[in-house]
Ligand binder design. Structure first.
Ligand code: GAR
Length: 213
């Protein structure tokens, strides 16, 4: 399976995918990394791994449609089977999303459908919830919406700052993104309506309780 990773910045999730590929755990090949922002750290990570990169700076396009047409052409020409959004901070139109339906996935730093959008960690702390986490899901036209593939939950501690929580969640992002790609590459995923069924999935049978006492 040929994958492309779309980024806008740091690229730590991209790095987790590159690392999984190197250790043979991804079961897919990342053949393109595309950034809509020039000179970001993620592009450097791709180059160091010997992966082809492309910069499609949205500012150089007249409108969203022409940006997405160029993006689509680039991905189609490279024979991409799966597009992974990894900190890609650009809203994609319904048109692009439907062209890549069930072949386009995203990672979001919350337990969706809670806390869609930006500033997830601040908002989770402010809401007083005891857990947050991260989600990998198929992309649908609405923002941060679509069938969920994998989630990881982490506790929120009483004295957490948004940065503390971001770090705890990010460590799990780096586990679940490679896992989600592997499940898809192995053909274990079926999208049925709004839900994903996973062949032979084993889910944990213990509950997490916070506070623990
Ligand atoms: C990650 O936390 C990712 O979940 C988030 O941006 C960060 C990118 O970090 N994505 C979103 O908020 C998308 N709605 P990275 O560039 O180091 O992978």
């Amino acid at each position: 399976m040929k994958a492309a990773v779309l980024i806008s910045g740091r690229g730590s999730n991209l790095q987790s995918l590159i690392d999984a590929q190197k250790s043979g755990d991804l079961h897919a090949e990342i053949v393109k990394v595309v950034s809509n922002v020039p000179d970001v750290q993620g592009l450097q990570r791709a180059e160091e791994a010997g992966i082809e990169t492309a910069v499609l700076d949205h500012k150089n396009f007249e409108d969203r449609e022409s940006f997405e047409d160029a993006l689509h052409a680039l991905l189609a020409d490279a024979g991409i089977d799966l597009v992974c959004l990894a900190g890609f901070m650009r809203i994609l139109t319904d048109n692009f999303v439907s062209r890549w339906r069930d072949r386009l996935i995203n990672i979001h730093p919350s337990l969706l459908p809670a806390f869609k959008g930006l500033h997830t960690h601040e908002r989770a702390i402010e809401a007083g919830v005891r857990f947050s986490g991260c989600t990998v899901h198929f992309v649908r036209p609405a923002m941060d919406d679509g069938p969920i593939i994998v989630q990881a939950a982490v506790p929120i501690h009483a004295d957490d700052t948004p940065d503390d929580l971001a770090k705890r969640v990010l460590a799990e992002e780096h586990k679940i993104y490679p896992l989600a790609v592997r499940l898809i590459a192995d053909g274990r995923i079926r999208v049925a309506g709004d839900r994903v069924a996973i062949e032979n999935a084993v889910s944990p049978d213990t509950a997490l309780i916070n506070p623990a006492n």
